[in-house]
Design a protein around this ligand. Structure first.
Ligand code: 13P
Length: 246
């Protein structure tokens, strides 16, 4: 399976930072065996997509409706029109701060798919849930309720992002990553059959140029969703290089 390294810029970046998008897009051409993408703040999608029409630019969220009275929200159709080709949905920062439910995440995933976007659906346990030995159960519950029945490998990836590993510099042990990714894979195959074996499962949470090679070598780790280390080419490209070398 071709590895997929996606950046999530979160609420970072203004117009001058399109220079970093350009640098990453140019450098990524040296790694044709790896798929890459950058999920930018909504305000940067159109300028980035018009500067780089051939590079995959993504959003970080979308609304589940096509249009309507939803002040401040942006629909998947609008993101597609702005030049996005994918969207993250269900990031833990939105599940926590915007109280997004699994059902809402599922509706967003379907809306994004209907608009012609690829989708990364995020799942992951909190530290308290891991300490209570509930990590696998929590992740599988989120997965079952957040993925629509229409899920398929040609438009959907899953990102496992343990909440306690995001932005903290801490990562799970290789054994813990293997356990969760294996459980996600088994669940995807049980639900979606042979195509479930082809849905890419990304790891996210403090992935960087130093730990990417070992994380990406773990079975069923088919790529990464990168926060802080996606903001510049010098931090992002070592991860892409590691993915190419696995
Ligand atoms: P960091 O790579 O900054 O830990 O963020 C991970 C993340 O949340 C990506 O969506």
């Amino acid at each position: 399976m071709q590895k997929f390294i996606a950046g999530n810029w979160k609420m970072n970046g203004q117009l001058p930072d399109i220079a970093s998008v350009k640098a990453i897009a140019a450098a990524a051409q040296n790694y044709p065996s790896v798929d890459t993408a950058l999920c930018l703040p909504a305000t940067l999608i159109a300028p980035a997509a018009s500067a780089l029409p051939d590079y995959p630019i993504g959003a970080q969220d979308c609304h589940s409706a096509v249009s309507g009275a939803h002040t401040g929200c942006i629909s998947a159709v609008m993101l597609k029109e702005a030049g996005a080709s994918l969207s993250i949905v269900g990031h833990s920062e939105r599940r926590a701060a915007q109280h997004e439910s699994d059902a809402e995440v599922r509706a967003k995933a379907l809306a994004a798919k209907s608009a012609g976007l690829s989708v990364i659906v995020c799942v992951g346990e909190t530290e308290a849930e891991r300490d209570a030995n509930m990590a696998v159960a929590v992740v599988l519950r989120q997965l079952d309720h957040s993925l629509p029945d229409e899920a398929a490998s040609d438009w959907l990836s899953v990102a496992y992002e343990p909440v306690w590993a995001i932005g903290t510099g801490r990562i799970p042990s290789a054994g813990d990553v293997e356990q969760i990714h294996g459980a996600i894979r088994a669940d995807l195959e049980a639900r979606f059959g042979a195509d479930g074996a082809k849905i890419r499962i990304l790891y996210g949470g403090s992935m960087n140029g130093d730990n990417a090679a070992s994380l990406l070598a773990i079975p069923n780790v088919d790529g990464g969703l990168i926060g802080g280390a996606s903001l510049s080419a010098d931090k992002f490209m070592p991860i892409v290089a590691a993915a190419a070398a696995v």
